[in-house]
Design a binder for this molecule. Structure first.
Ligand code: SAM
Length: 272
């Protein structure tokens, strides 16, 4: 196996530096789409990524970069990533906020086709618009041992800074897939398991479903719920019981509740 070339080390002191401009541009969806890169903030996230076999292409670290930051810099350089040391002014500009993290990682995006996901419980989100919801759902999918998250149609970018922040590192653990409504219909038709849609008008209570993997859990949009088209591709529709006066649960909360029910018998420590 060829040895990995150690990454370079640079120091930047000006916000006009082209590297600073390119990294800062990754706050914009267009720049992420064009480059295929994204930002993840913080020492822990870079460590999570390394542990998951997803090394950064670059880290930017607050100078002088000694102690744990020096250790991290050595590790990412050995994995082939470039290291840029920057002053506090540059770090604030890059993070676009006061008191930024001391380390910022730049990573290549990874997205697969739904058919490439391993069998298990897979969360399908129809056109989710809120990046915080998407990130929270990726984190929940990770915590509960789901096999992946599929985004259908025009969705919030899971690699946006807000979404990545909300995943708390789970972006590096949960495979993501993307497709459109027609692609989902084809995937669901070939899927060797239950396709469970959540719908406010369903008559079946999610607690009365007998969950069995592999299974898809299909969630509707934040605004108008599950579309007729995606609902028609489901093998069953379930509702999550409510007792108060709210119209519905928030999308991320509803996903967590339904996922818990669907994976309850499979969770470690569950009673037989
Ligand atoms: N006004 C929307 C509607 O009519 O469905 C509310 C959408 S809700 C904020 C977002 C998604 O969460 C829904 O499409 C559904 O997938 C799920 N959801 C929320 N509460 C639910 C419930 N009580 N039963 C079933 N699904 C629910």
């Amino acid at each position: 196996m060829a040895a990995v070339r150690a990454g370079s080390v640079k120091r930047v002191t000006s916000t006009a530096n082209p590297v600073v401009k390119a990294v800062r541009a990754l706050h914009q969806r267009k720049a992420r789409a064009e480059s295929g890169l994204f930002l993840a903030e913080g020492h822990k996230l870079v460590l999570d990524a390394l542990a998951a076999g997803w090394p950064p292409t670059m880290i930017v670290a607050l100078e002088p970069g000694d102690g744990p930051v020096a250790d991290l810099a050595a590790r990412v350089r050995a994995a082939g990533a470039d290291v840029v040391f920057a002053n506090a002014m540059v770090m604030e500009k890059l993070a676009r906020r006061d008191n930024p993290q001391t380390v910022l990682g730049v990573f290549e995006q990874r997205v697969v086709l739904p058919s490439a996901l391993r069998p298990g419980t897979i969360v399908v989100l129809e056109e989710p618009r809120d990046p915080g919801n998407v990130g929270t759902i990726v984190r929940t999918a990770d915590a509960i041992g789901a096999a992946g998250v599929v985004l259908v149609g025009a969705s919030a970018d899971p690699f946006g800074v807000e979404a990545v922040r909300a995943t708390m590192g789970s972006i590096f653990h949960v495979p993501l897939a993307r497709t459109d409504a027609a692609g989902f219909e084809a995937y669901a038709a070939r899927f060797d398991g239950a396709v469970v849609g959540t719908h406010l008008a369903a008559s079946l209570d999610v607690r009365d479903l007998e969950p069995r993997e592999p299974q898809l859990l299909v969630m509707g949009t934040e605004q108008s719920g599950l579309s007729d088209r995606l609902a028609a591709a489901c093998t069953s529709l379930v509702r999550i019981p409510m007792a108060g006066r709210a119209d519905s649960y928030n999308l991320a909360v509803a996903t967590a509740l339904a996922l818990y029910e669907l994976r309850r018998p499979l969770l470690a420590g569950a009673k037989a």
